[in-house]
Design a protein around this ligand. Structure first.
Ligand SMILES: Nc1ncnc2c1ncn2[C@@H]1O[C@H](COP(=O)(O)OP(=O)(O)OP(=O)(O)O)[C@@H](O)[C@H]1O
Ligand SMILES: Nc1ccn([C@@H]2O[C@H](COP(=O)(O)O)[C@@H](O)[C@H]2O)c(=O)n1
Length: 213
């Protein structure tokens, strides 16, 4: 049976950085579920439609081919915004739910476990995950990290604008009716506001090792 690590938390809290490192450390498969919503949102934009249009979003979700996701195109500010708009739609979420569950239960490459990160992994996608982490940090720290990242990739967006986007996205993700972002009752809270990447990784390994022994 696959050992599943579920990581949830708000935008730019460090979920992906942590999840990727954990997957490498334990030899597990990794799925960034946010990339699925980003790819759906970006596909709607590419088709010239409005990400708030449910018919267009559902068609894009049903047509999603994870092997054809354009990693660069989905990392923009606009793709993040489009992702959070399509993510409020229950039919869109339903269209990609089985894929995520199957990935967790049967990790590709025959790996013995999987790390999934997103907003509803511990609550909806994998409620029986072996370990659940809820990774967070203050909005200001998260916005600063994301701004540095966007600046590094050539974006001229201001830090104040990134903070505003971050707050808006958090509110939409936590406030929606369908699978809202929420810490599962049995999740460990990991606040990275004052933790380096290394320290956050060390804390997560301590929690996971304990649950494996
Ligand atoms: N503990 C940390 N200290 C400093 N920087 C960090 C830390 N964790 C992650 N970062 C940096 O913050 C940025 C956001 O991290 P990451 O992409 O892992 O967040 P995320 O929660 O997966 O975001 P999203 O949900 O929006 O995809 C990255 O540039 C990453 O290098
Ligand atoms: N399990 C998930 C993962 C993501 N979302 C939505 O996608 C947006 C982008 O996700 P990132 O992790 O890449 O920032 C996010 O803001 C959510 O709206 C989701 O709903 N469920």
């Amino acid at each position: 049976m696959s050992f599943v690590v579920a990581i949830d938390g708000p935008a730019a809290s460090g979920k992906g950085t942590l999840a990727r490192r954990l997957a490498r450390h334990y030899g597990f498969a990794y799925l960034d579920t946010g990339s699925l919503y980003r790819a759906v949102g970006q596909a709607v934009r590419d088709a010239g439609s409005d990400p708030a249009d449910e018919t267009a979003a559902l068609a894009a979700a049903r047509a999603l081919d994870i092997n054809r996701i354009n990693e660069k195109a989905i990392r923009t500010r606009e793709a993040g915004e489009a992702a959070s708009l399509v993510a409020v739609m229950a039919p869109v979420r339903a269209a990609i739910l089985d894929f995520q569950r199957d990935f967790a239960a049967n990790p590709p490459g025959g790996q013995k476990g999987a790390v999934l990160d997103g907003r509803d992994i511990g609550t909806v996608v994998c409620p029986d995950a072996n370990v659940k982490l809820f990774v967070t940090a203050s909005p200001e720290v998260r916005a600063h990290r994301r701004w540095l990242e966007l600046k590094g990739s050539g974006s001229a967006v201001s830090e104040a604008q990134v903070l505003e986007d971050t707050r808006e996205r958090d509110a939409r993700d936590a406030g929606r009716a369908a699978s809202p972002m929420k810490q599962a009752a049995d999740a460990h809270l990991l606040d990275t506001t004052n933790l380096s990447i290394e320290a956050a990784f060390g804390e997560a390994v301590r929690i996971i090792d304990k649950s494996m022994s």
